[in-house]
Design a protein around this ligand. Structure first.
Ligand SMILES: [Zn+2]
Length: 537
């Protein structure tokens, strides 16, 4: 006699994603694991006991919970309580949201914004200025933040950060000035560091609440696991504390940020912290340390290209590393048993990264498959694709990044190279190991937003590169089966089999065949992680 189930779902279809297996109609969960599936809706009714939660969804569809294989939960946690400027459609609305927050914030306290927005999507297609922010309030320091490396400050905030007309732009950063040489308030890349130093540090309790809210938001879109590609090493303790409090709605796979580690000593210091985590046995199925993240080039406006930028015949973007130095850093990481994900956006960035990876693999022929990963591989030309595939190097792709960034990218690269980004059809046809994510806060996260994007190539600049689109079943696989392979968890997650972890989503319509417009808006009625309902229900 089998023990009764904790949860039993009867649905129109349970897509197990096990190759060749037809849809099932019922699925049972016990103790955080899938225990049984049946082709008949009532086929598992014998497992119903007094404590069983039975969910009847006669028109619903069950899928595995999705992974977002390249996202930034830590950043989401920082900004989830910020002024929600991502909802503004023009600067008037943008400034009104800040004014509203200022009205209920004690004078002298910092006001900060959400980070997931793009100025090109505002009617005016630009950032606000210091002058405009001062028009809202000078009683509060105001920090308008977009992504991780772009800021605009009002005057009080600039003053607190010690930035004035005389301050020079640092190496690797820009303190923007107008044509008369006056500060615009905009700070880019390393110029943002003085602000980070003076910003009040959130308390541990605030950090945990931020992660609780942000991880619940991910779960509400059907995501059950996030691979955070930029975790400051000291934030491992914050994630650990959030896990201990049960604040993480989703599973987390952490890549520690290697962006500030330039010397062998700095890389070793990171690895020492990571080794402490490993020897302390702190990994579990909820929170796991994946490896280290580096970046070889910039993004929309600094990705390294073979051909010059549009209208800038002498500018090819930026490589952030000398190849020999990156090679040495990657080797230090893999020699201590950790994996490495490296951001590569432009075709030159990807070529140079593959040169580095090729050398690592040549010198370490026994390296475990999946140790070296290309993050984005945005502009992947046929010869680069062939090399990545021959070397067996997985690639994480993010249509939402193209969705939100297409206009910005077209201005910098022109339409042709923008449309050539993320050639998913070619990658899959040629046999690449692909998995999908969002790169939030630059791209919006969400299970079906991503599936819609990969299958339509829809962006804020309209449809771009429709020939690179893939099918819905393929797109779903990139977030499930393939994603679990990337994290080395195929035995546990990614498809719905008896014995697998119970990470499931229940949808009101079938994402495989609902109308395209509905797909984009489709949200799960329930998200289950480890047998626990973390959204809906
Ligand atoms: Zn990223």
């Amino acid at each position: 006699m089998t023990a009764p189930a904790d949860l039993l779902i009867r649905a129109a279809a349970v897509h197990t994603l096990v190759p060749g297996e037809p849809p099932r109609r019922a699925i049972a969960v016990t103790g955080g694991r899938i225990t049984a599936l049946s082709a008949a809706p009532d086929g598992l009714d014998a497992l119903i006991g007094p404590g069983t939660e039975v969910v009847d969804a006669p028109t619903g569809t069950v899928l595995p919970a999705f992974d977002d294989t390249h996202t930034h939960l830590i950043l989401a946690g920082h900004s989830v309580h910020g002024v929600p400027v991502h909802r503004a459609r023009d600067l008037a609305g943008f400034l009104a949201l800040i004014r509203e927050r200022a009205a209920r914030t004690p004078a002298g306290e910092w006001i900060t914004t959400t980070v997931n927005w793009q100025e090109v999507l505002l009617a005016e297609q630009r950032m606000p200025t210091t002058e405009e922010l001062d028009g809202v309030t000078t009683d509060h320091p105001v920090l308008v933040r977009r992504g991780a490396y772009n800021m605009v400050l009002n005057s009080p905030a600039l003053r607190l950060a010690g930035i004035d007309e005389a301050t020079e732009s640092p190496d690797g950063g820009v303190i923007e000035r107008d044509e008369r040489g006056r500060l615009t308030g905009r700070l880019i890349n390393r110029a943002t560091e003085p602000v980070e130093r003076v910003l009040p540090r959130p308390t541990p309790a605030e950090r945990i609440e931020g992660l609780r809210a942000a991880s619940a938001d991910y779960a509400a879109t059907g995501i059950g696991t996030v691979r955070d590609c930029l975790v400051p090493v000291e934030d491992l303790d914050v994630l650990d504390a959030a896990r201990a409090e049960g604040a993480l709605a989703v599973r987390v796979r952490a890549l520690v940020s290697g962006f500030a580690a330039r010397t062998p000593e700095q890389v070793d210091a990171l690895l020492d912290r990571m080794d402490d985590w490993r020897s302390g046995g702190r990994d579990d199925a909820q929170l796991r340390l994946w490896g280290v993240k580096f970046g070889i080039d910039g993004g929309f406006e600094a990705g390294a290209l073979e051909q010059p930028y549009q209208g800038q015949p002498c500018y090819h973007g930026r490589l952030l590393w000398e190849p020999e130095e990156l090679l040495a850093a990657v080797e230090r990481v893999v020699d201590r048993g950790w994996r490495v994900g490296v951001h590569a956006w432009g075709d030159r960035g990807l070529r140079v990264l593959l040169d580095v990876f090729e050398q690592v693999l040549r010198r370490r022929p026994g390296l475990a498959p999946g140790t070296l990963v290309v993050e984005h591989g945005g502009l992947a030309r046929p010869e680069q694709r062939a090399r990545a595939i021959a070397l067996g190097i997985p690639v994480t792709v993010q249509h939402p990044l193209l969705h939100d960034g297409a206009l910005t990218q077209q201005r910098a690269w022109g339409e042709e190279r923008t449309a050539a980004l993320f050639p998913l059809r070619e990658w899959l046809d040629e046999g690449a190991q692909l998995s999908a994510g969002s790169d939030f806060p630059v791209g919006p996260y969400g299970a079906m937003v991503s599936v819609w994007g990969m299958t339509t190539r829809g962006t804020t600049a309209g449809v771009v590169g429709p020939e690179h689109a893939i099918g819905r079943a393929e797109a779903i696989a990139l977030h499930t089966v393939n994603a679990a392979r990337l994290t080395g968890e195929s035995g546990e997650r990614g498809s719905l089999r008896p014995g697998a972890l119970a990470d499931l989503t229940l949808w009101p319509a079938d994402p495989l065949d609902c109308p395209t417009a509905a797909l984009r808006e489709l949200l799960p009625t329930r998200t289950i992680v480890n047998g626990r309902t973390v959204h809906g229900g």
